[in-house]
Design a protein around this ligand. Structure first.
Ligand SMILES: Nc1nc2c(ncn2[C@@H]2O[C@H](COP(=O)(O)OP(=O)(O)OP(=O)(O)O)[C@@H](O)[C@H]2O)c(=O)[nH]1
Ligand SMILES: [Mg+2]
Length: 463
């Protein structure tokens, strides 16, 4: 007997429509008494059409009409959760939604925990864990690219790729176990070099997936990009120009920005959290010093640092100091040579001398010249110059998946090593089993209640 749960599936705020979801064995028995025809006569369970929207009046326990609603009943197993489900579409007034939920609770439903609908869908075999986690990614993804990766997860593409690897490991395991059962025949079907060759190729596939994680995570969660440089070079102006917002304060006074100012922007399918920072120089007071510490922290944690230079003046001591501070981040640096609308005192080659092996883009925050090139340079640097087609399809985006795969890889390496050293086959078999178990943990073929708690607590109520 699966308890019946109810929760709002849309935000409880003034809106055109509010959706309430009900799932469980008694979903119809709990909801139907509150749904009436237009003339207030009851709706018979036998007369409802499943997977169809139908019009009804929702009445509370005293029989008073709460709202005119649409409802869609889904008979198990043909629903999101795999259980009997009803979705109610009422007017998007939080008090109406509350009254509907109260009525359902009085009739025997319980308010759902966060992610409980999806948890049930998983437990009822409607989706595996990567698909369930893909649902969360899909809801939280900020960019077009991130969404398409999440969609691939929801559609089971990641599971498919993992099950391929698992099948290869399983085949190797079967051969090893056969050899263990008939030791006199040894490894018959495959010679040890052949077997290690095959395991290596599986390992390479899994490693490729782990390697793609950093980028996958960036595509789903967005990348942070810090704008840094000495005061007055136009960092705040660039933040405003790139986001087309009047977000950061701009003045001709050096040292205007004291704190980190963030603004989100989408650059052709990739979400970027741009961070304007306090200019770097010898601090003049305590406030400026604290602000600069924040700049250094942002440079440390950002995926990319855009060093801004002012091309209308010569490069000076402060720019040199900034270049020194940027040195540790050289592998993720870009230079924006700003104010190209003014007579030029600093050229691209001067900037390249100060920041060797770094791309320099000429730009004007004032006129907008060079902005498309700067956006493209930021995007390319974040995507690490991967071609567009590489970004389609499957990529790891979830830290849990990456950690499980890393465990699988360690076990797999041990197994290969044991075969090479001709160690006892039971060692190889136990390592292969461990690798398979780690993959099963990703898809949820093996799970604990704690694991499910930690995954589904991140969901919203009603999902
Ligand atoms: N002509 C011209 N002026 C610019 C451009 N970008 C910024 N400025 C001017 O340069 C001055 C400083 O700009 P800000 O954006 O405040 O510079 P900042 O780097 O944020 O300065 P701090 O916050 O003090 O570190 C302002 O007077 C801007 O109007 C540009 O592309 N062309
Ligand atoms: Mg500023």
């Amino acid at each position: 007997m699966r308890e019946t749960i109810a929760a709002p599936a849309t935000y409880m705020a003034e809106s055109a429509i509010g959706v309430i979801r009900v799932s469980g064995d008694d979903a119809f028995r709990i909801v139907l008494p509150s749904l009436k025809k237009r003339n207030l006569s009851p709706i018979d369970e036998g007369a409802i059409e499943h997977q169809r929207l139908q019009l009804a009046l929702f009445v509370n326990r005293e029989g008073k009409v709460v709202d005119e609603v649409l409802f869609a009943p889904f008979k198990e197993p043909h629903s999101y959760t795999g259980e009997n489900m009803v979705e109610i579409y009422c007017h998007g007034n939080p008090s109406i939604m509350e009254e509907i939920i109260d009525t359902l609770v009085e009739a025997g439903a319980r308010v759902a925990e966060p992610g409980e609908f999806t948890r049930r869908a998983f437990l009822n075999g409607k989706l595996d864990l990567t698909q369930a986690e893909g649902v969360l990614s899909l809801i939280t993804s900020t960019s077009h690219q991130g969404r398409s990766l999440a969609m691939a997860e929801v559609r089971g593409e990641l599971s498919k790729r993992l099950s391929l690897a698992k099948r290869e490991l399983f085949e190797a395991l079967t051969e090893i176990e056969a050899a263990m059962d008939f030791p006199e025949e040894g490894l018959e079907t495959a010679s040890p070099p052949e077997l290690t060759q095959r395991l290596r190729s599986t390992k390479e596939h899994l490693e490729e997936m782990v390697d793609g994680f950093e980028l996958g995570e960036v595509l789903v969660k967005g990348a942070s990009v810090a704008l840094a440089g000495r005061p007055n070079v136009g960092k705040s102006s660039l933040l405003n120009a790139l986001t087309r917002k009047d977000r950061s304060i701009v003045t001709p006074i050096p040292g205007t920005t004291r704190d980190v100012v963030e603004e989100r922007v989408e650059l052709s399918g990739v979400t970027v959290l741009l961070k304007d920072t306090a200019g770097l120089r010898e601090p003049k007071d305590q406030v400026e010093k604290l602000g600069m510490n924040r700049t250094l922290r942002e440079m440390e944690r950002s995926h990319l640092v855009v060093m801004v230079l002012d091309s209308s003046g010569p490069l000076g001591r402060e720019d040199e100091m900034v270049a020194k501070l940027a040195k540790p981040h050289q592998h993720r640096l870009l230079v924006a040579l700003n104010k190209c609308d003014l007579p030029q005192k600093t050229r691209v080659k001067d900037a390249e001398r100060l920041f060797p092996n770094t791309k320099v883009v000429q730009v004007s925050a004032l006129t907008g010249e060079g902005l498309p090139e700067l956006k493209e340079a930021i995007r390319t640097a974040i995507l690490k110059e991967r071609p567009e087609k590489d970004l389609q399809g499957v990529m790891l985006t979830n830290l849990r998946h990456k950690e499980c795969l890393q465990r699988a890889l360690i076990a797999l390496e041990r197994a290969i090593d044991s075969i090479n050293k001709e160690l006892p086959l039971d060692l190889v078999s136990s390592d292969l089993n461990e690798a398979i178990d780690a993959i099963d943990e990703i898809t949820g073929e093996r799970f604990t209640a704690d694991l499910l708690d930690s995954i589904f607590s991140k969901f919203c109520v009603g999902k």
